[in-house]
Write a protein that binds this ligand. Structure first.
Ligand code: G3I
Length: 374
């Protein structure tokens, strides 16, 4: 209860500091602490003037939610279709936004023709795809989710995806090297979900990812950062903790990696129908999560998976059992700011900025993988 009062007081303070009518945009607040704030962009966003205006008010970077995925960009072998993504890149360019490239190698949203290829052909198709798509939007696409969700669901080892089964674990190194060749100026990211919590599966997933990173480091494979998707769940009971997250982020930092929060949202599917209760618990989860990540110097950008509840993927993929729409994002379905938006702003203003990067304790100098000293 005391925490809820504190959250509301912080929200009020953020509004006051942001001015009378229109609060300062999230990107402006993030920029003051050297961070970039972003949002995913659904296919309908550009046709929706209200949503486009909200994006411009709040973000410095956008992530095409689906337009860069394989089924969209290469629907038939070697026939690329960049029309949808070109519209997004033009919007970004006109408005001075950067773009996160999502995603080059994933096991979902693949065109059917790809899944039928024998191993040798599959590898060739992956090389062609990565080298062609990663070359898009030079200067605008500043980071690429080169490999998405490579860790097994329950954390033990790599995911038995089409890529792993047919090409073996080297598919990750190959994708990263081809992406570096095609986009030498872009940050190369491995993007993963389920890395934020305090449960045993999360702990296992983290160890598997760290072992993968260490293998890539040993082999001098280019990798600049890790994306934490951060699809969070507001707990049905108790408070969200994230007590083990800071030390995991420090493990990444010691390995010379940047961290991007790439798909943040908070599901309310385990909470009762009451909107006030749901909004408060979702806001509490955001608040606690941001409090932890904003203190870590390796975290350089935070993207929510959309801005408005109207566009959230959660309603189709994880619907509530009572059929009510979920409320996982800072703006409601009518594009009105929710109290959550002020709580995010307050956290950006109030959390003590991170200290200067901590010197590595265990891994020598803090350098991205694949970058040589001297
Ligand atoms: O393209 C078809 C369209 O032709 C058809 O009319 C329409 C009817 O439903 O479906 C369209 O495809 C949908 C697609 O989004 C584009 O809107 C798919 O059914 C739907 O499953 C797909 O969902 C996307 C999901 O990835 C697929 O796994 C979500 O929009 C997207 O938000 C979600 O994003 C992922 C990230 O890429 C990776 N991390 C998890 C995150 C959430 O699942």
């Amino acid at each position: 209860m005391r925490r809820r009062h504190l959250l509301l007081a912080m929200a009020g303070m953020a509004l006051a500091m942001g001015g009378a009518e229109r609060p300062t945009g999230l990107q402006a607040l993030a920029a003051k602490r050297g961070l970039v704030w972003g949002s995913a962009l659904s296919h309908t966003a550009l046709a929706d003037a209200g949503l486009a205006a909200l994006l411009l008010e709040n973000v410095g970077t956008i992530t095409p939610e689906n337009a860069l995925k394989w089924e969209a960009t290469e629907p038939e072998p070697d026939r690329f279709d960049f029309r949808p993504v070109d519209r997004i890149l033009a919007f970004a360019q006109q408005n001075g936004l950067s773009v996160r490239g999502h995603t080059l190698v994933w096991h979902h949203q693949l065109p059917p023709w790809l899944e039928e290829l024998p191993a040798k052909e599959l590898e060739k198709a992956m090389e062609r795809h990565v080298r062609t798509v990663a070359a898009l939007g030079r200067g605008l696409i500043r980071s690429w989710d080169v490999v998405n969700e490579p860790i097994a669901e329950h954390g033990a080892g790599l995911r038995r995806s089409l890529w792993l089964v047919r090409l073996g674990p080297a598919f990750i190194s190959h994708a990263l090297c081809w992406a570096r060749l095609a986009a030498p100026g872009a940050q190369l990211i491995i993007n993963e979900y389920g890395l934020e919590g305090d449960d045993p599966i999360t702990a296992r997933k983290r160890s598997t990812l760290l072992a993968l990173i260490d293998r890539l480091r040993r082999d001098q494979i280019p990798l600049d950062g890790i994306g934490l998707q951060a699809h969070l769940l507001a707990p049905g009971s108790g408070s969200p903790q994230f007590t083990t997250l800071a030390s995991f982020l420090q493990e990444l930092h010691w390995r010379g990696l940047k961290v991007q929060i790439t798909e943040l949202d908070v599901s309310d599917r385990e909470l009762p129908a009451d909107i006030a209760v749901r909004d408060a618990r979702v806001a509490e989860t955001y608040d606690r999560f941001l409090e932890v990540v904003l203190r870590e110097p390796c975290v350089e950008q935070i993207t929510t998976w959309g801005l408005s509840d109207r566009d959230s993927w959660l309603n189709s993929t994880f619907p509530r059992s009572d059929g009510l729409p979920q409320r996982p994002l800072p703006y409601d379905e009518h594009l009105r700011a929710k109290p959550l938006r002020s709580i995010i702003a307050a956290r950006l203003i109030q959390t003590t900025p991170p200290m200067e990067p901590i010197p590595s304790r265990r891994h020598g100098s803090v350098l991205p993988i694949g970058h040589h000293q001297g």
